[in-house]
Design a protein around this ligand. Structure first.
Ligand SMILES: NC(=O)c1ccc[n+]([C@@H]2O[C@H](COP(=O)([O-])OP(=O)(O)OC[C@H]3O[C@@H](n4cnc5c(N)ncnc54)[C@H](OP(=O)(O)O)[C@@H]3O)[C@@H](O)[C@H]2O)c1
Length: 357
């Protein structure tokens, strides 16, 4: 892909009167990404050829895994080539349709990237979005929730707990990044299933939120203890029956010292390790002893998971928390801040207000 012209172009699109704004990968980051690894460009809104539709993004999900898609390995380059838009999950409205299955006004959820408008054939991506474009049902909740609790985040929590950890009442579940998007839902689902819940997060203020608002029995500020393994032991005196691992690395090692003999682990993510891979994609530190949970392994059963989550929401037993960044131009600083622990709940970007819904 050739290097795009940066800066604002004078012409606007005939169809919408809007410009096409995108975050592009300018170089593969070494370690922790910096703003200069990316560029934000503006050009003409594309028009969909026959069989495709034009989607106007309303919400963009910021996700830790996106860091991996900025590496130079073949699979990542396919998702996010240099000077291609960054991969990202969006909720948007169809504003032009030449697609037989979608109409103008439909609200869809698909992996369409960090951009204000995207052309879609509705087929998704074979690894990261195998179910393709999903029509969002606005009667289930605000459409933004299709990017989290009524989307991949909620499904991750449902299947990793209900299918993989299979909690028994009274067991202790230890949850890392307990104040994050996945973690905040995992804490509540574990409480719904009568577990003793211990959360880990990075500040005292987030710890208070995890116990007082989310309902965990205890929370540990992992940055403020001399010996994390001992702190976990004190909060989980019967041992850790289930470890909900969102970070890997040293936190997972400390958890590992407290597991019961028959403990179960779900390795949902390794957020502490994503920036430890070199730009060519080879890892410096990468746990290989435990298979990763992958929400798309369950995609044929997503309807079951969504129904269960929708019911918990309706009953008021499960609540979601949105941490909103305003404007696509602020998306990258919002992502960097999220990875530094700046979020509580699901970090989302409000890209635009809806026109059709
Ligand atoms: N397997 C799947 O299918 C699947 C699907 C969705 C998400 N995930 C994974 O689930 C995990 C959570 O994702 P999310 O969307 O809910 O993000 P999140 O937890 O809302 O945000 C990322 C959090 O990671 C923590 N963090 C960042 N660097 C860290 C480090 N070096 N050490 C410890 N903690 C660090 C920070 O929390 P603290 O302030 O607590 O440190 C930060 O708030 C990620 O690993 C993600 O990749 C997996």
């Amino acid at each position: 892909m050739s290097k795009p012209v940066t800066g604002r172009l004078q012409a606007a699109t005939v169809a919408t009167g809007e410009t096409h704004r995108r975050w592009l990968l300018q170089r593969h980051p070494e370690g922790t990404p910096v703003l200069d690894d990316f560029i934000y460009v503006e050009d003409l809104v594309p028009q969909p050829p026959p069989g495709k539709m034009l989607v106007r993004a309303l919400w963009l999900s910021l996700d830790p895994f996106q860091r991996l898609t900025w590496n130079a390995t073949p699979r990542n380059v396919e998702l996010t080539p240099l000077y291609g838009p960054l991969a990202g999950d969006i909720v948007g409205e169809v504003i032009v349709s030449n697609h037989p299955d979608f109409e103008v006004g439909d609200v869809v959820n698909e992996l369409l990237g960090w951009q204000s408008h995207a052309i879609s054939d509705g087929r998704g991506h074979y690894i990261h979005c195998p179910e393709g474009a999903r029509k969002v049902d606005p009667t289930l909740g605000p459409i933004s929730t299709a990017c989290h609790v009524l989307g991949r985040t909620g499904l991750t929590v449902y299947f990793s707990i209900v299918r993989e950890l299979r909690p028994r009442p009274g067991e202790t579940m230890l949850i890392s990044t307990a104040a994050g998007a996945v973690g905040s839902l995992a804490v509540q689902v574990a409480k719904i299933l009568d577990c003793h819940v211990v959360g880990l997060t990075s500040t005292d203020e987030k710890c208070r939120w995890v116990t007082e608002v989310l309902g965990a029995d205890a929370a540990i500020n992992y940055k403020n203890v001399d010996n994390l393994a001992e702190a976990i032991r004190a909060a989980a005196p019967k041992g850790v029956h289930m470890f909900y691992d969102n970070v890997g690395g040293p936190i997972a090692e400390a958890a590992g010292q407290n597991l019961t003999d028959d403990a179960r682990i779900t390795r949902v993510g390794i957020a502490s390790q994503y920036s430890t891979v070199r730009a060519d994609g080879t890892p410096w530190v990468y746990p290989v002893d435990q298979p990763m949970f992958y929400v798309h392994d369950y995609y044929t059963e997503h309807a079951e998971g969504l129904a269960a989550i929708a019911e918990w929401l309706q009953q008021g037993r499960l609540k979601y928390y949105e941490d909103i960044i305003e404007g696509l131009d602020n998306a990258m600083s919002g992502w960097l801040d999220m990875m530094a622990g700046g979020n509580r709940g699901k970090r989302l970007v409000r890209v635009a207000e809806p026109t059709q819904v």
